[in-house]
Design a protein. Structure first.
Length: 199
C-alpha cells in the first residue's frame, strides 16, 4: 500500500468513526417526555437516577426513567443496591404487546444463565402474559415496573396495577439486566440511565 492509499484508508476510517460518534450522540438525545424528579414506591421516596430514549434500529421506541433510593453510576452498584426501585416508560411509537413481551424475555435470556431463568419461570410467564394481553401500546401510553422489598415486582400499564406483585429481589435483578446487563437492549440507553441522562 503506497502513501496515497494509506491516507485514503485513514480518511475512510475517520469518516466511519465520525459517523459512529454522530449516531451515538443521536441515540443519547434528550427524552421527549418529562420524568418527575422523585417517585413514591412502597412507602419509599425514590429519586430519578437517569433517563433516556430506547432506539431500535433508527426508530425511537420509548422513553425510560430509572428511579432508585440513592444515586448509582454503574450496573454493579444498581444490582447491589437494596430497597425499592422503579423503571418508568412512555411509548414513543405503536408497540405491539406481544412483541414487547417477547423482547423483554429475550433480553432477560441474553443476560441470565438458563438455570437462573428456570427458577423464575412463573414470574417470567406473568410478565409475558401482562404485555401480551395488551394488543398494543400507543404513543404516549405509559408502563412501569416497581420493585417493593418483601412483596416483589408490580407491573403497571397506564398507571393501573396489572394483578399482584410477582417474584423476589433476584427476579427483579433479571428484569434490570434487560437494560443493564452485559448484553443490554441498548448500550447507549444504559449509559444515560446511569449517568443522569442529562439534557
Amino acid at each position: 500500500m503506497n502513501q496515497l492509499q494509506t491516507l485514503a484508508a485513514h480518511a475512510r476510517l475517520a469518516a466511519v468513526l465520525a459517523g459512529t460518534a454522530l449516531c451515538l450522540h443521536a441515540t443519547a438525545a434528550p427524552t421527549v417526555h418529562k420524568f418527575d424528579p422523585t417517585a413514591q414506591v412502597g412507602g419509599s421516596t425514590l429519586q430519578l437516577n437517569g433517563k433516556g430514549t430506547r432506539v431500535r434500529l433508527v426508530f425511537k421506541a420509548y422513553d425510560m426513567g430509572l428511579y432508585t433510593t440513592r444515586r448509582v453510576g454503574t450496573a454493579a452498584e444498581l444490582f447491589a443496591l437494596p430497597g425499592a426501585k422503579r423503571l418508568q416508560f412512555t411509548a414513543l411509537r405503536e408497540l405491539p404487546g406481544t412483541e414487547l413481551g417477547r423482547l423483554f424475555l429475550r433480553g432477560m435470556g441474553d443476560n441470565t444463565p438458563s438455570a437462573q431463568m428456570t427458577r423464575h419461570t412463573l414470574a417470567t410467564t406473568r410478565l409475558i402474559e401482562i404485555f401480551s394481553g395488551k394488543p398494543k401500546l400507543m404513543p404516549g401510553d405509559t408502563f412501569a415496573m416497581d420493585f417493593v422489598p418483601g412483596k416483589g415486582t408490580q407491573f403497571y400499564i397506564q398507571g393501573q396495577p396489572q394483578g399482584e406483585p410477582v417474584g423476589d429481589d433476584e427476579f427483579f435483578t433479571l428484569v434490570l439486566r434487560i437494560w443493564f446487563g452485559d448484553a443490554p437492549a441498548d448500550a447507549n440507553l444504559r449509559e444515560t440511565l446511569l449517568d443522569g441522562g442529562r439534557d
